[in-house]
Design a protein around this ligand. Structure first.
Ligand code: KIV
Length: 272
């Protein structure tokens, strides 16, 4: 297996499958607005996910359930304006695809048409099979999401690791094979044992993207606010913080307040 890194001027769903074939790991991060998406895209992240985690980190909700389709389209539209290289995937939010496949297709079409996104993501396996089929039949690329699926948090009751028991692990593996068979181009595996991620990744030809799924996934995804340390109360084991922006931004803002109060800002050079 070659680990040579090919240059992708524009990342497509096909590029991701090629990356898996070539043994190149896939990088994915969330973004929800123009300025952040521009930085993420310029840093050569392969996939930008306009995640429904916007409900938590942008809107301050406890879960991903309240965010609406209109709000997801607003975030996606802002991200698309900034992106030149990455593949942009948008979460179809809770309540916009579960009731029937026609509604699922209508929601996916609205996202693609109104935001200009490149693909959609849905949570679940067998239960949403008909919706996935219908969206794929319309020519819209679909990313799956298995394991801890936050839209079902009230069914699980907790955010702990999923599929530790054999029965749930077997269902997850079967769902991953089903999503591949239906034509999905990739699957997010959230918070499952590393060995199960390995088994799934070796059993399917489409790439797996892990979040709390360990090192054997074909790629990794994190929420950008967590990676940058803007969220400081969320500390799962899988999270690596690359900055502590919560503190750094706090210090910078306090300094600004001090400078204004002390009549130190603006100075003579900072005025007309
Ligand atoms: O909404 C989101 O950010 C996600 C990731 C956690 C994969 O679905």
């Amino acid at each position: 297996m070659s680990t040579a890194k090919k240059e992708y001027r524009r990342v497509t769903v096909k590029s991701l499958v090629d990356m898996k074939k070539n043994g190149e790991k896939i990088s994915m991060l969330t973004a929800y607005d123009y300025s952040m998406a521009k930085i993420v895209d310029s840093a050569n992240v392969d996939v930008i996910l306009v995640g429904d985690s916007a409900s938590n980190v942008m809107a301050g909700h406890e879960t991903t359930l309240p965010i609406t389709l209109d709000q997801m389209i607003y975030h996606a539209t802002s991200v698309i304006r900034a992106v030149q290289r990455a593949l942009v995937v948008v979460d179809i939010p809770f309540g916009s695809y579960q009731s029937d496949p026609k509604e699922a297709l209508r929601s996916a079409i609205r996202i693609m048409k109104e935001s200009g996104a490149h693909a959609v993501k849905l949570e679940g396996g067998e239960e949403i099979k008909e919706s996935v089929k219908r969206i794929l039949n319309a020519g819209i690329p679909v990313m799956g999401h298995l394991g801890l699926t936050p839209q079902s948090i009230y069914k699980f009751g907790t955010y702990t690791v999923r599929a530790k028991e054999e029965e749930e692990a077997e269902k997850l593996l079967a769902d991953a094979k089903l999503l591949e068979e239906l034509g999905c181009f990739s699957i997010v595996l959230e918070k499952i044992p590393a060995e199960l991620t390995k088994e799934v990744s070796e059993s399917i030809s489409i790439p797996t993207i892990g979040i709390g799924g360990g090192k054997h996934a074909d790629g990794q995804v994190l929420v950008i606010h967590d990676l940058l340390g803007m969220t400081h109360e969320f500390n799962p084991r899988f999270l690596r913080r690359y900055m502590n922006l919560y503190e750094d931004m706090g210090h910078a803002i306090s300094q600004y307040v001090t400078d204004v109060k002390n009549r130190d800002f603006p100075n003579d050079q900072e005025q007309y």
